[in-house]
Write a protein that binds this ligand. Structure first.
Ligand code: RIB
Length: 320
């Protein structure tokens, strides 16, 4: 079994840096942290969890509380987090809250019974204090550690593409506006779109491919050449509905999603979308959680990561 020194030598860094990466005790530049984790894996490093538990009084188990595993965004996010946790010798206990506050509460009680060291949490609704250290992901709350994408930037990228492609009459389907992440995307889109184009309608939908009747009615009425969607599942629902009513994408209507879930590249036509940096979100969340566990009194930190536009074939120039 390699020691911290072996890893340090192979990665060309100090043993303290290796310890900081593996225990998450201090921030280390992400290229360096990635190199250390890769070397640790190559050399077959396995932290001695029972020794650590005896030394620290901790269990080496983290909780991961996710609102909806049927949305492919969340399994991918979960995998990014599990990968990071494993590399540092933690196991992860997963709760799917089924978008239901009662199911979420039951899951939290189970995690407490398992005496987890802390949890990464995407809340179904609002934040409330939990009986263990927590880092919020995706759905952030004021004065709490949190990691998420820059959703306002994401909405702006959607609108910017519509402007660049010369669209003049556009529509927006937001996610549930009770969620800040959905509101910020809508704000980013509308701030730019309203000054450059006519926003023909804005409607709200759950983060799902099942579109509410009101949204279907708007889509069927026409009068717009591009629709931006609150996430990829909504966009996939739009592709399906437009195909059912005989509207060609992108010839008659362009569609933009948000997330870049694996399905986005597979549907017909492949979806132009905004990619969220899941791997980085996982890394940052783990780093903040380990910091919170080590330093319960530290001031809260929020990290907003940039998103990027992924151009595929569901968008084309506006026809005026
Ligand atoms: O809450 C669900 C949505 O928010 C996901 O599809 C993803 O967009 C996340 O940020």
């Amino acid at each position: 079994m390699p020691t911290l020194r072996d890893i340090a030598k192979a990665a060309g860094v100090s043993a303290t840096t290796v310890s900081n990466v593996l225990r998450g005790s201090k921030r280390v530049r992400s290229e360096v942290a990635e190199r250390v984790l890769a070397v640790a894996e190559q050399l077959g490093y396995r932290p001695n969890r029972s020794a650590r538990a005896l030394r620290t009084g901790r269990t080496g188990t983290l909780g991961l509380i996710i609102p909806d595993l049927t949305n492919p965004f969340f399994p991918e996010l979960a995998q990014a987090i599990v990968r990071e946790a494993r590399a540092r010798g933690f196991s992860v206990s997963l709760v799917d809250s089924l978008e239901d506050p009662d199911a979420e509460e039951e899951g939290i009680i189970l995690l407490e019974e398992q005496r987890i060291d802390g949890a990464i949490w995407v809340p179904v609704r609002e934040f409330r204090p939990l009986p263990f250290p927590v880092v919020l992901v995706d759905r952030l709350a004021p004065d709490q550690d949190g990691v998420g994408s820059d959703h306002e930037m994401g909405g702006r990228l959607q609108a910017d593409l519509a402007v660049t492609l010369g669209h003049r009459r556009v529509a927006l389907i937001t996610g549930p506006v009770a969620l800040e992440s959905a509101r910020l995307r809508a704000k980013g889109f509308l701030d730019l779109a309203s000054s450059e184009m006519e926003v023909v309608w804005v409607a709200e939908a759950p983060f799902s491919e099942e579109l509410p009747r009101k949204v279907r009615r708007h889509l069927a009425a026409g009068g717009f050449t591009l629709v931006a969607c609150g996430n990829d599942l909504i966009a996939i629902g739009v592709l399906r509905f437009l195909s059912e009513i005989g509207v060609a994408v992108p010839e008659e209507v362009s569609v933009i999603g948000y997330d870049d879930i694996p399905l986005a590249g597979v549907v017909r036509p492949p979806l132009t979308t905004v990619r969220q940096p899941l791997r980085q979100i996982g890394q940052e969340a783990l780093r903040l959680l380990l910091r919170r566990i080590e330093h319960p009194q530290a001031s809260p930190v929020q990290v907003r990561l940039p998103v990027e536009l992924v151009l595929r074939r569901s968008t084309r120039e506006g026809l005026g």
